[in-house]
Design a protein around this ligand. Structure first.
Ligand code: TYM
Length: 327
């Protein structure tokens, strides 16, 4: 029996190479050895204001990105979170176990709530990690492949699973996070102290998966490098280290191979090489993306929801039975 993985992405902005390298690329590598479920988490996206038309467009866009990246809908189930209503139902039940103190600890909430202030932030934004726990626990997920910023949320899913099991008897699998060290935190190209983010204030911070080729060249040219002229992989040179990690992930070469390759050469040569490996991925990726129609993707998402719904229904039944609901 294969172990099960579950992961998801919010349709809340343009996906960048951080999302690809930190999450999607690993899913593609794992989908043969795991029973895989990949979600587009629209319920999470609405925890901050969204334009309805834009949200609909982005939801399909993310499904196309999954497919163009190599997620095979024949092997993996791919679906939209709101198509399986058990996610919301499970969230409510888990809400009765989650404590305010669990959620106040969440660094992502602290960051996101800064904009409006905690008092004025939405309840949905506060409760966001419980919805994520519901996503994971509904499917008896064993492994959750994500970037580093999600690890704390998975910790909460583990806590809630254990708390429920202790109170009502063994019901949930306690999931584990899976991160890849070199790509779990891809940093901004303009500032290596901030992670690459969909909501960055400058577009020169990230490389969008759907960015125009000329723009990508420009972004790499403008990227911050090191303080000297030598290509080296060191914590003292975080911007360069980040670029080498990106180079390594796209090329399959190790950091030391890359350093050796650019020994005695300058940053300009290195950036030229980096541009090549990024575009060697991006160009055929975008071609595949553009060849997928909305109809195709809607069909795949519908099939995906049909595949996972019975699992979610079974789990919620079990949970309702445990907590004493009349069935
Ligand atoms: P989201 O949509 O913010 O990000 C999607 C995935 O991309 C990873 N990621 C990064 N990895 C490396 N470097 C970066 N700079 C970077 N930026 C983003 C994220 O870690 C994530 O894996 N709450 C989740 C979505 C979610 C989910 C789930 C994930 C909802 N339910 C259940 C796993 C399981 C989120 O907002 O990810």
């Amino acid at each position: 029996m294969k172990k099960r993985i579950f992961s998801g992405i919010q349709p809340s902005g343009s996906l960048h190479i951080g999302n690809y390298l930190g999450a999607i690329k690993n899913w593609v590598d794992l989908q043969d050895s795991f029973e895989s479920i990949f979600c587009i988490v629209d319920l999470h996206a609405i925890t901050v204001a969204q334009n309805p038309e834009e949200l609909r467009k982005r939801t399909l866009e993310i499904a196309k990105i999954y497919i163009a990246s190599g997620i095979d809908p024949k092997k993996s189930a791919m679906f939209v979170q709101s198509h399986v209503s058990e996610h919301s139902e499970m969230t409510w039940i888990l809400n009765t176990l989650a404590r305010m103190s669990d959620l106040f600890k969440m660094t992502q909430f602290k960051d996101k709530a800064q904009k409006e202030g905690q008092e004025n932030s939405g309840v949905g934004l506060f409760d966001y990690p419980v919805l994520m726990a519901a996503d994971i626990l509904l499917y008896d997920t064993e492994v959750v492949p994500v970037g580093e910023d999600q690890v704390q949320h998975i910790e909460l899913a583990r806590t809630l699973a254990r708390r429920f099991n202790k109170k009502f008897g063994q019901t949930f699998v306690v999931p584990e996070a899976s991160v890849k060290k070199e790509t779990m935190r891809i940093m901004g190209l303009d500032d290596p102290t901030k992670k690459m983010s969909k909501s960055a204030s400058s577009e020169y911070s990230f490389i969008g998966l759907l960015d125009d080729v000329e723009l990508i060249k420009k972004k790499i040219k403008k990227a911050v490098t090191g303080s000297g002229s030598e290509v080296k992989y060191s914590d003292d040179e975080p911007a360069l280290k980040n670029l080498i990690n990106i180079f390594s992930a796209f090329s399959g070469k190790s950091a030391s191979e890359i350093v050796l390759e650019y020994k005695g050469k300058g940053y300009a040569d290195f950036k030229e090489g980096l541009t090549k490996v990024v575009l060697d991925f991006i160009i055929p990726f975008q071609e595949r993306f553009n060849n997928i129609s909305d109809e195709q993707v809607l069909n795949i998402l519908q099939n995906g929801a049909e595949k996972v719904r019975p699992l979610a229904e079974k789990k919620i039944e079990e949970v309702k039975e445990r907590i004493g609901f009349v069935l």
